[in-house]
Design a protein around this ligand. Structure first.
Ligand code: TK8
Length: 339
């Protein structure tokens, strides 16, 4: 009797032990998050992805692990977006401009000369307008956590210095896969060619295209100065990036896990914007030192270009809806009046 009881107790405690071990094994098996991005590791995007990964790992006590995968190794923006929607990939950061096929309201950010400084950018993106646009992603299978700064875009090419609009005539210019960008540069007289960012360097190198437009930081980190002689400071549009999560996957997370990601995303945003602005303020000198010939547009030419580009405003209003368009204009007016 004694023997049987003892064996029973032993068996029961063994069972208990193994149950708690497998619970433990589940506990310590970290959630793996594949976080894809398009630029290389030594870029503002790469540095901020690392900050995000570290913040997630620390806040989750190692239970969540981010594998940041750059240089479009998981595919260009549009391909990663689909992988997120389908649940085959957990996270990414990419341009809002390549998202317009999924959420048309994103096209607001493509409006030439909409945002004129970083203060306006931060309030527009982190305030009610940015939130409203971000929320639209939910129905499409995506969760938008925060906006990062890509930056004010400038023009480069290998043909000639652009000092006036007419200099753009016939320049084969790569643009993002986005109608507003396509129309904007067609309107300015360029031969605009939509293309994924991941194909851009070699397209410039082989002269499949003559030029492109991106912020200083990217021209530097992607080494476009090796294949582009001329840069024109146009600041024609402020481009955001957006940190995205697969909604399919997000919905399986606990509230605590969701909070870890949301908090880490905010920390990465703050780091990224500061890092990007610091780098951008020095990048022009760096690009000159690398041999680029840089010119600024005269105020008169800049105004002409701006004037011409207002043509595309009507198109954007129709795309994003006049309510959102008007709301955005009102918010900008408010920011400008508040100083
Ligand atoms: C990087 C792109 C890039 C964007 C572009 O994946 O495509 O020109 O400016 O930053 O998102």
């Amino acid at each position: 009797m004694k023997f049987i009881r003892r064996t029973l107790i032993a068996a029961a405690s063994m069972a208990l032990l193994s149950a708690s071990f497998s619970a433990l094994a589940q506990d310590i098996k970290p959630r793996l998050i594949r976080f894809g991005y398009g630029l290389n590791e030594q870029s503002n995007q790469g540095r901020a992805a690392k900050v995000f990964a570290e913040a997630v790992e620390k806040a989750s006590g190692g239970k969540m692990k981010v594998r940041a995968i750059g240089a479009a190794a998981l595919g260009p923006d549009t391909q990663m977006q689909q992988a997120l929607i389908g649940g085959a990939q957990e996270m990414m950061v990419g341009s809002t401009a390549t998202l317009v096929g999924i959420t048309k309201e994103m096209a607001l950010w493509d409006t030439p000369f909409l945002i004129s400084n970083t203060k306006e950018a931060d309030i527009m993106l982190d305030g009610p307008i940015g939130d409203k646009i971000r929320a639209k992603l939910q129905d499409k299978g995506l969760v938008g956590l925060v906006y990062w700064e890509n930056g004010f875009r400038n023009l480069t090419n290998s043909k000639r210095a652009i000092t006036k609009m007419e200099d753009m005539d016939g320049i084969k210019l790569r643009v993002m896969q986005n109608n507003v960008f396509l129309n904007s540069f067609q309107t300015l007289g360029a031969n605009a060619i939509p293309m994924a960012f991941s194909e851009l360097f070699s397209a410039l190198e082989t002269k499949t295209v003559d030029g492109q437009e991106n912020p200083f930081n990217t021209i530097l980190s992607s080494k476009f100065y090796e294949v582009q002689k001329y840069m024109t400071v146009t600041n024609h549009v402020y481009s955001p990036w957006i940190v995205l999560v697969s909604k399919k996957w997000w919905d399986q997370l606990s509230k605590d896990e969701q909070k870890v990601l949301a908090d880490a995303a905010k920390a990465s945003r703050d780091f990224e914007r500061k890092d990007t602005r610091d780098e951008a303020s020095k990048a022009m000198a760096d690009l000159k030192a690398k041999g680029m010939q840089i010119n600024e547009l005269s105020p008169a030419e800049s105004a002409r270009m701006r004037d011409k580009l207002t043509k595309v405003y009507a198109l954007i209003g129709t795309d994003v809806g006049m309510d959102l368009w008007n709301e955005a204009q009102k918010e900008l007016g408010r920011i400008r009046a508040s100083k």
